[in-house]
Design a protein around this ligand. Structure first.
Ligand code: NDP
Length: 304
């Protein structure tokens, strides 16, 4: 392996330790305990798991979380009423609406309603709009892209002047990651499903952020030697026995899966200068940055 491994688990823990320490100091100074409201609509298992991880992180770091589970058929009016109540509640510093919402709900209207000072996910159109404007600063940036940039900086990767390629243009990862890289003075290309010659575009990249949700699509020979590779993808693929057959769980009888990123790690690590693993790369950073944002929200609201 030639690449330096960027250990997201360790870096995320450092961020969490910092937030925990600052929260304790805040409480010792007689200030309020930072509070995060989580809103979960319906019973998607993945969404419920993410929300429960966020609640646990709050407890571990000395913050309060207020959970608001809503039925899958909640009306737009009732959801908006809750958001308005949370906006007005001084105990709540951050509001997190777990996405995706069921199809009958208007996600954009919900995100628009969250007060920008409590928008710890950074998805409100105002915060995203500020991220896209020169000379303007958002109050919060989306947690996963924020985590990607944080990892690059912690690893000592020079972003200013670098050629960066972001794979994917979603509102939650690809597009804000590209905007953050531009703010850091990289020259940025965004690749999507209609891009021609993706390997050719990648071969010029000093920095790659891959967020497409396609298992191991980026091959080692698409990567410029020495490039920094941040792999956001989380994809489940069949876990195989040494003879190539599907591994089955002895307990449940179900086929076993393993997680891989959007980059072929085994090939990429021999070419790249820096690389994040999956799992243990970007994944742990998302919650760590949410905690950092929630702490900052409390500090911003102190001055109101
Ligand atoms: P989306 O499905 O919303 O977006 C995928 C993007 O990738 C789109 O812009 C799409 O292009 C592009 N794309 C898809 N297939 C290809 C292809 N073959 N070639 C080029 N571009 C392609 O995904 P998300 O942004 O929500 O998530 C991306 C990945 O990141 C997923 O694996 C997800 O699980 C993971 N993720 C990880 C997080 C973490 O905490 N580590 C947090 C959030 C996501 P187009 O726009 O043209 O359709």
């Amino acid at each position: 392996m030639t690449a330096q491994l960027i250990d997201g688990t360790a870096i995320a823990q450092k961020v969490r330790d910092g937030v925990k320490e600052k929260t304790a100091k805040r409480l010792a100074e007689g200030k309020s305990q930072p509070g995060l409201a989580t809103v979960l609509v319906g019973d998607r298992i993945d969404s419920a798991t993410y929300v429960s991880m966020k609640q646990k992180a709050c407890a571990e770091l000395g913050m309060t979380s207020y959970h608001h589970p809503l039925p899958a058929d909640v009306s737009q009016a009732d959801l908006e009423k809750l958001i308005k109540e949370l906006n007005a509640d001084p105990k709540v510093n951050g509001i997190l609406v777990q996405l995706p919402l069921p199809d009958h709900l208007d996600e954009e209207r919900v995100l628009q309603l969250i007060s920008i000072e409590k928008d710890v996910d950074g998805f409100s159109p105002i915060n995203l709009g500020r991220l896209a404007q020169k000379g303007r600063e958002p109050l919060f940036v989306p947690c996963t892209p924020y985590g990607c940039i944080y990892l690059l900086k912690e690893a000592g990767v020079k972003i200013a002047g670098a050629n960066a390629v972001v794979l994917g243009r979603s509102n939650i990862v690809g597009m804000p990651a590209a905007l953050l890289l531009i703010k850091e003075n990289a020259t940025v290309t965004v690749v999507h499903s209609k891009t021609k010659d993706i390997p050719g575009v990648l071969r010029d990249a000093d920095i790659i952020i891959a967020a497409i949700g396609r298992a191991e699509m980026v091959r080692g020979d698409w990567i410029k030697p020495g490039a920094a590779v941040i792999d956001v993808g989380i994809n489940g693929i069949p876990k195989l026995n040494p003879d190539g057959t599907q591994m089955i769980s002895q307990k449940t009888g179900k086929p076993l899966q393993r997680l891989v990123g959007d980059v072929n790690f085994e090939e990429a690590k021999e070419v790249a200068g820096f690389i994040t693993p999956v799992p243990g790369g970007v994944g742990p950073m998302t919650i760590a940055m949410l905690m950092a944002n929630t702490f900052r929200a409390a500090e911003i609201q102190d001055n109101k």
